[in-house]
Write a protein that binds this ligand. Structure first.
Ligand SMILES: CC(C)(COP(=O)(O)OP(=O)(O)OC[C@H]1O[C@@H](n2cnc3c(N)ncnc32)[C@H](O)[C@@H]1OP(=O)(O)O)[C@@H](O)C(=O)NCCC(=O)NCCS
Length: 193
């Protein structure tokens, strides 16, 4: 999951989230054989009125809209790739029937966790961690021994929540040779300029 300006083609042109990126992103390794108990997933936030469940295929457009509005189009594309599979490897967090967070897995690459995000208005209530735990159990149940958090943003969050550890030398890893943002037609040099 990567938020570099290089591929930061947000729908809303929102650049404030870049502040979450460390200077040099790094992949993290998560041992899936020692995850927090399953009860620390969806069940941990149910009493606060938050439902965490798998996305349904017919919700793709709504999920894409949420991710584009709050995060990045490239993340919506990554998550969209999961919608043709069953069980669908993307969890949603809902409050009063509206999406407030999401977490995908086995999307960017096999065994990868992410992208993930929680609406800024409801952060700090345990939703991000619950989504993380739920999704990592999803990876565990696919048979993986380790999960990978690609180009992790909030490293301290992952270290504390699930004991993630940096993978030395993992940058740029799979994120080498990325597409540059498209230059609008009208600002391209012409033969006369
Ligand atoms: C990272 C994110 C998903 C966390 O969601 P959240 O719902 O606020 O997280 P939680 O409330 O479950 O936090 C769980 C714990 O992690 C801590 N934490 C949360 N965000 C953190 C961060 N960015 N850095 C360090 N610790 C963090 C919380 O303080 C909390 O600690 P506590 O258990 O002592 O109370 C959310 O901040 C977000 O959407 N960030 C922008 C998108 C992003 O960076 N996604 C990840 C890309 S790799």
């Amino acid at each position: 999951m990567i938020f570099l300006p290089l591929i930061m083609e947000t729908c809303a042109g929102n650049s404030c989230l870049r502040a979450e990126l460390p200077l040099m992103p790094i992949d993290l390794l998560v041992p899936l054989y020692s995850l927090p108990p399953r009860e620390e997933g969806a069940a941990s936030v149910r009493d606060s009125g938050v439902v965490i469940r798998r996305a349904n295929p017919f919700e793709l457009t709504r999920v894409r809209e949420f991710i584009c509005r709050h995060f990045a189009q490239s993340w919506a594309d990554e998550v969209g790739s999961t919608f043709a599979r069953q069980p669908l490897p993307c969890f949603l967090a809902l409050e009063e029937g509206r999406i407030v967070g999401f977490a995908a897995y086995d999307a960017t690459r096999k065994a990868f966790f992410g992208p993930t995000g929680v609406d800024a208005a409801v952060r700090g209530r345990g939703i991000g961690r619950a989504l993380l735990v739920e999704a990592l159990w999803g990876l565990h149940d696919l048979g993986y021994a380790y999960g990978i958090i690609g180009a992790a943003g909030p490293v301290a969050f992952y270290e504390k929540a699930v004991g993630a550890r940096p993978i030395e030398g993992s940058w740029p890893g799979i994120f080498a040779d990325l597409l540059q943002k498209n230059v609008p037609e009208e600002s391209r040099p012409t033969e006369n300029s």
